[in-house]
Design a protein around this ligand. Sequence first.
Ligand SMILES: Nc1ncnc2c1ncn2[C@@H]1O[C@H](COP(=O)(O)OP(=O)(O)OP(=O)(O)O)[C@@H](O)[C@H]1O
Ligand SMILES: [Mg+2]
Length: 256
Amino acid sequence: MPTKVSVTNLSIAFGATQALEGVSLTVSDGEFVSIVGPSGCGKSTMLNVIAKLLPPTDGSTRVAGVEGNGASAAKVGYMFQKDTLLPWATTLDNVYLPMDVQGVRDSRKAGALIDMVGLTGFEGHFPRQLSGGMRKRVQLARLLAQDPDVLLMDEPFGALDAQTRLIIQEEFLKIWERSRKTVLFVTHDLQEAIALSDRVVLISARPGRVKAVYRVDLARPRHVEEAMAHPRFMALFQEIWASLKQEVLASREKPQ
Ligand SMILES: Nc1ncnc2c1ncn2[C@@H]1O[C@H](COP(=O)(O)OP(=O)(O)OP(=O)(O)O)[C@@H](O)[C@H]1O
Ligand SMILES: [Mg+2]
């Protein structure tokens, strides 16, 4: 498979804070790659650079072979860690937004996406009338409405309650397995990373470096609950967690 996203020797410093150092990573077309690492190791920063919202201090990133601002031409969809809904627009209008930008408003598709995220009946609600988890689900519907080639997702399900999260993971996996978009997915939930991904990239405590990359050799199409019950899943979880735990502990010893 051709490379869709590449990060080459990327370093980012904010003043005296070295966020990322010498990070290299490639994501193939149609591949689902998760990034895990302790809080503050530079995961969001890396997505911001790939999305061209932040210039690298050193190194480079490419999306679909295009360096620099051409990345937007490759239709990159970014689901930010923070809430980015338009406060003055309803659920439905927030989902319509990327369609309007593309000039193709599809009410059936918008309805199907709102249903997928479990918000049927809330189409006319404004973000302030929704819970944090509901707002995240509108963001997910809006991302999928954009139908990008490359999805950058920063803890998309982190604010959801555990039950909703399982259901959304399942639905999202189904959608992804039909479309096989390239996904770079940041999460704190190692189980989620393993259940959804083809590979899991472990970033070290700051300065963030690629500590290890794990291939998830669980068959596709996958069912989240079945995958989590698989002996191979458990083995991977233990192996990755042993290494991730060291980084989480190391990051707790350092001030931000
Ligand atoms: N705009 C900025 N100005 C100064 N420092 C920043 C800025 N953005 C990020 N940082 C610092 O860079 C480091 C990495 O931040 P980043 O948000 O990428 O971490 P993260 O891995 O996404 O963490 P989390 O898991 O908590 O979301 C942190 O030490 C943070 O304080
Ligand atoms: Mg982050």
